[in-house]
Design a protein. Structure first.
Lengths: 335, 804
């Protein structure tokens, strides 16, 4: 009979050494350190020992328990590693507990992409009112009253003098009124035009850009916008600048990219032209600078604007603009 | 603006292919929208030989022709008197779309099958002959396309002109741009045959009472003409660009307008009282019947063309029925005038009357071009309608045209463009489009703007001309210097991005709804009459009643989104939207108050069905957890949820909603949607919503993060379970603990709420884990025990609590 803890320990270690299966080792675990195991019982009985022996016996028994437990664990690991049958497999092909992230709206994704490009170029970001006065939306941008240029943007009116902004350009004025050059800023936001079909929705998103400083030229506009287009689409995409008209820029330019669908061969999306309009831009019109009291002999600048939905449509091949505002989860989860 | 290649070639030789021409025009600023062969509709019209003719059994005047079209023989019913065996003619196959839009269908004619149609020139729109079917030369092979047999091909270009280029609203204007592109010369139509003189003054006169609205009015006169259909060439030209021929006089006015860009009007001279023209503004209450037989109520200031007594035309917009050209007209007065742009636009907008003429006048016609167009039209009218041109023109010119002279700085131009063009190059470009250029010094060119370029008025306009003529794609590419100093980004934007990130991490998907809603949206939300959200901004010209007002809450949009998705069978939804809401300031011409909101909606299952089970519906606490998690992620402190009293629950279910406070300020609400609101959206499953005023909330976000050193000493936990009245909010228990201000009480965690067996009725048991820690030492059991029992007895006392 093992009377001393040393003996119990020696026996235990020897038996563990000889054990060769998981079952054997588990049985030994019960035998020695289980609820009624020998070491456990020994520990429980310490209180019956003479008082002076208790501390050392207790300490020794605890140490033994730890050693035995450690060896059992080690032996189990050793045996499990070599015994294929004993491995407790889980079905790793079962789905995990649900942790599905939501989806950022594709418009926001493109917006963030554009913002990130401009942040790297040192631009600020600004926002402004969606309901504007006629002055900011038109007059200050050199759209006189009763001018055909106003037909370019079908306007929602709130009163004679208040409109839903038809573009993000009013922010150009608001920013220049508050601050002197140098300015480099982009202005994302919602805009409104009363038009609705496959390629027009009464609300859509634009990102406006404005750069004003000394010695800014049309070549700088080309540089920034070329970089932008290359970043948004791809580095090799061809683009072209062609003359256009916006009342608040002179010279004005539209930027076209080679049709991403047909690569320039001509298709329905590009109306057989091989090119797709993606940006409007131009050098800030001197009349606009005069409206914000900038010295045109010192400063020049360029502005540009693009439709975010249009970029998203081209990038992802979406053919119906209205899809963006239906919030169909089956649509959104593709982005 | 449309033009055909053959028409264009009257003024300039074209060597380019149509697609190169389209590309060239686009790159010079005249964007070509489409190029198409005007005879494309003839693709299914083939040459065919009539091989046999038999009488139609059921109709005396019809014949049944058997026609060889090469690949097959077709049976075609035909009524033409000239149809004979052996004849080669034009055979249209079913599907052909005739000019005028009629589609040829295969069918039965008096019970006889007819799979095609034998056509006359006029039916095919290639000539005037309508007497019989086309007879083609005998050596023409059968089965050829008629267009290639007759060499019919003419490309029609449609240009999307920007409003600044009215000079290109006439084909000559477009030819001028092409001349600049090609370096060739423009050939103007000759008006030499027009006799100058003053005979006309014996017949008529023009008086302009409002010179500011009509700086120039030219008139010419033809006598003894005869009105009738135009010759084929004239009708064909108009048809080629989509204009309907009317009669020879009106057709000439339209032809010359399309050629020169100058709108013209022809009056029946004999209908004019006292045979003279008076140009004046309308008076209050005046009524005028335009030639479309509509009575127009005029506003004072609208410009009228009158005779001695009465109005005869709405200047620059439309003529009147009372002076219209008719079959009886023998003497005609031609008007070629120049009207003030904004006045014409105002009249046309006010009356909702847009015409080819008003379109050109509101953009600006060439103030020096009236007489040329007048003479050209008179000569053409004489050619097509006979009669005599009365010598000379009346040319009232109260405000003479002054030439614009602009000093162009070469350096400044190169600075603005980032180019290095020399004076010579700029000068050549400008001359190519009829600008006159004189060198002042090495830097300055004195540029005289041609009268037809009404859009060019300052230095930058000339810079644009130089840029577009040298080609935008030849301008180099550079970058503005990047500033070394940058400022922090606008806080609102960075925080919104952070919110989006957090919510997406919580499984919410972003929705973007229209900012406009229907008027009744506020009723559907059951808002009380005095609720400020009923003060919506109304749109004067909405596209539909569903989009009549600007939203004052994001909830209607999210409920619409929920409804749509459920109808598409997606039933478990977690959506958020960030957007503005708009409050009417109740003052005319004052911008509304715009506030940015965040709203969330959660409906359906807590998690999608899975083998892990736990297939439960989401509840209030799911969404509240999101709110708490989000506010924590934004490092907001002092957050409190307070039950929304049932009288304040409009769209929330009473007793299941809370107000959200941050540092004592109300920033939003959260709760279950009221069943009446759900049913007004036809929704059956319940939903939970949260709204936060982002403008307020963002102000409360701390700017800086500060670090507190980590605890050095271990903590000790003690649990306590108390049984209290069910009506007591947990929050008041936690508040009470907080108020005790025990220095070593570090944290309180509620880990169980229990109602049921072993707990008295109307009571609940709360189990709290209190964590104690000192920053100065390791706590001893005794110290903790003393404090813990002090806390326990305080709770028992404060809440009349029992221990289990």
């Amino acid at each position: 009979m093992e009377n001393t803890i040393e003996q119990i320990r020696e026996n235990a270690l020897a038996e563990i050494e000889n054990a060769s299966s998981v079952e054997e080792i588990k049985a030994l675990s019960i035998k020695y350190v289980g609820r009624k195991g020998r070491i456990t019982l020994f520990l429980r009985n310490i209180s019956s020992l003479p008082k002076e022996l208790r501390p050392s016996a207790g300490q020794e028994a605890n140490e033994t328990k730890q050693i035995v437990e450690k060896r059992i664990t080690e032996a189990l690991q050793q045996v499990e590693g070599s015994d294929v049958n004993s491995i407790d497999y889980i079905d790793v092909s079962l789905p995990g507990r649900v942790a599905i992230p939501g989806i950022l709206h594709p418009i926001s994704q493109i917006n963030q992409e554009i913002s990130n490009i401009f942040k790297r170029l040192g631009f600020d970001i600004a926002e402004g009112p969606e309901i504007e006065t006629d002055y900011y939306n038109f007059e200050a941008l050199n759209f006189p009253k009763n001018h055909p240029a106003r037909d370019m943007q079908d306007t929602f009116f709130v009163s004679d003098d208040i409109v839903l902004r038809t573009h993000t350009s009013p922010l150009q004025i608001r920013i220049m009124e508050k601050k002197q050059p140098p300015i480099r800023v982009i202005m994302p936001g919602k805009v409104y035009r009363c038009d609705s079909d496959l390629t027009h929705t009464p609300m859509f998103h634009q990102v406006e850009g404005l750069v004003v400083d000394k010695n800014i030229g049309f070549s700088d506009l080309k540089g920034i916008l070329t970089t932008l287009v290359h970043q948004i689409f791809d580095e090799d995409i061809s683009l072209r600048f062609r003359p256009s008209f916006f009342p608040f820029t002179e010279p004005s330019a539209e930027v076209d990219i080679l049709c991403v669908i047909c690569r320039g061969k001509g298709c329905r999306v590009c109306s057989q032209t091989g090119w797709l309009e993606v940006l409007g831009s131009g050098m800030v019109h001197p009349a606009v600078f005069e409206n914000v009291n900038y010295d045109t002999s010192q400063y020049s600048g360029f502005a540009f604007g693009m439709g975010v939905e249009r970029i998203a449509m081209l990038k992802y091949g979406i053919d119906d603009l209205r899809k963006f505002f239906e919030n169909d989860f089956r649509f959104l989860r593709q982005f | 603006m449309k033009f055909s290649l053959s028409w264009l070639k009257e003024y300039i030789p074209i060597e380019m292919t149509p697609s190169d021409l389209a590309e060239g025009l686009t790159m010079i600023g005249l964007e070509v929208d489409s190029v198409s062969d005007r005879y494309a509709y003839l693709d299914s019209v083939l040459s065919g030989r009539i091989v046999e003719i038999v009488p139609h059994p059921n109709a005396e005047k019809l014949k049944i022709c058997f026609v060889d079209i090469g690949t097959e023989k077709r049976t075609i019913v035909c009524g033409a008197p000239n149809a004979t065996v052996g004849m080669i003619t034009a055979c249209a196959l079913p599907g052909t779309v005739f000019p005028g839009g009629k589609v040829l269908e295969k069918g039965l004619i008096y019970n006889q099958e007819s799979s095609g149609m034998l056509c006359s020139e006029s039916e095919l729109g290639i000539g005037l002959d309508s007497e019989g079917i086309i007879s083609l030369p005998a050596d023409v092979d059968v089965g050829q396309k008629l267009a290639s047999v007759l060499r019919l091909s003419d490309m029609v270009f449609e240009v999307d002109l920007t409003p600044n280029r009215p000079d290109c609203l006439g084909i000559i204007g477009i030819a001028r741009e092409i001349a600049a592109m090609q370096g060739s010369f423009l050939k103007y139509p000759s008006i030499d045959a027009f006799h100058t003189g003053s005979s006309i003054s014996e017949y008529t006169s023009v008086k302009i009472k409002n010179p500011d609205l009509c700086p120039r009015y030219s008139a010419g006169l033809l006598i003894g003409i005869s009105v009738g259909p135009s010759p084929f060439w004239l009708q064909d030209r108009l048809l080629s660009i989509g204009l309907r021929p009317i009669n020879n006089l009106v057709d000439v006015t339209n032809y010359v307008m399309m050629e020169t860009g100058q709108p013209l009007h022809a009056f029946d001279f004999d209908t004019l009282s006292e045979k003279r023209i008076v140009v004046r503004a309308a008076e209050k209450g005046e009524v005028f019947t335009t030639l479309d037989s509509k009575e127009r109520n005029l506003l004072p200031g609208m410009l009228l063309i009158c005779d001695a007594e009465k109005p005869i035309a709405l200047a620059g917009v439309m003529g009147g029925g009372n002076s219209e050209i008719s079959e009886k007209t023998v003497n005609v007065l031609i008007e070629s005038a120049c009207f003030q742009q904004s006045s014409i636009r105002k009249t046309s907008k006010t009356l909702g009357l847009n015409t080819d003429a008003s379109y050109r006048f509101e953009r600006g016609v060439d103030p020096k071009g009236t007489v040329f167009a007048l003479k050209r039209a008179a000569l053409l009218m004489k050619e097509v309608a006979g009669g005599q041109i009365v010598d000379g023109v009346v040319d009232e010119h109260p405000i003479p045209f002054t030439e614009q002279v602009i000093a162009l700085s070469i350096n400044n131009t190169n600075r603005l463009l980032g180019t290095n063009l020399d004076q010579e190059t700029m000068s050549t470009h400008l001359k190519s489009i009829d600008f006159s250029v004189k060198k002042t010094n090495e830097d300055i060119l004195e540029v005289t703007v041609p009268s037809f370029r009404v859009d060019v008025s300052r230095h930058e306009d000339i810079v644009e001309e130089v840029a577009r003529l040298s080609g935008y794609n030849n301008i180099p590419t550079s970058f503005p210097p990047i500033p070394a100093a940058i400022k922090p980004l606008y806080k609102q934007i960075t925080i919104k991005d952070r919110i989006k990130d957090v919510l997406i991490g919580f499984g919410f998907t972003e929705a973007i709804n229209y900012s406009f809603v229907k008027r009744s949206a506020v009723d559907q939300l059951r808002l009380r009459p005095e609720d400020s959200r009923r003060c919506a901004v109304e749109i004067l010209n909405p596209l539909s009643e569903d989009q009549a007002v600007m939203r004052t809450s994001l909830i209607p949009g999210l409920l619409d989104t929920m409804h749509r998705n459920i109808s598409w069978q997606t039933k478990n939804l977690k959506f958020f939207e960030i957007g503005r809401v708009f409050f009417n300031m109740q003052k005319k011409n004052i911008q509304p108050n715009e506030i940015e909101y965040l709203s969330c909606l959660w409906t359906g299952k807590r998690v999608e069905n899975s083998w892990h089970g736990g297939n439960l519906d989401c509840d209030f606490y799911d969404l509240k957890g999101v709110a708490e998690g989000l506010l924590k992620a934004l490092r907001l402190e002092g957050i409190q949820f307070t039950a929304l009293p049932s009288e304040n629950c409009c769209y929330h279910k009473s007793g299941h909603a809370a107000s959200i406070y941050i540092a004592g300020e109300l920033v939003g609400t959260i709760g279950e949607v009221h069943h009446e609101v759900l049913s007004s959206y036809n929704l059956k499953q319940t939903a939970f919503i949260m709204e936060l005023d982002l403008d307020l909330l963002i102000k409360k976000i701390p700017e800086n993060k500060t670090y507190k050193s980590l605890p050095k000493y271990p903590s000790v936990s003690r649990d306590i379970t108390i049984i209290i009245d069910q009506g007591i909010e947990v929050q008041s228990v936690l508040k009470t603990l907080e108020k005790m201000n025990e220095k070593i009480l570090e944290n309180v965690e509620l880990f169980d709420v229990y109602v049921g067996e072993n707990i008295p009725e109307k009571k609940k048991s709360l189990s709290l884990r209190l964590t104690y820690r000192s920053t100065e030492r390791t706590l001893e059991d005794d110290t903790v025990n003393i404090i813990h029992s002090k806390i326990s007895s305080m709770l028992i006392k404060a809440f009349n609590a029992m221990l289990p």
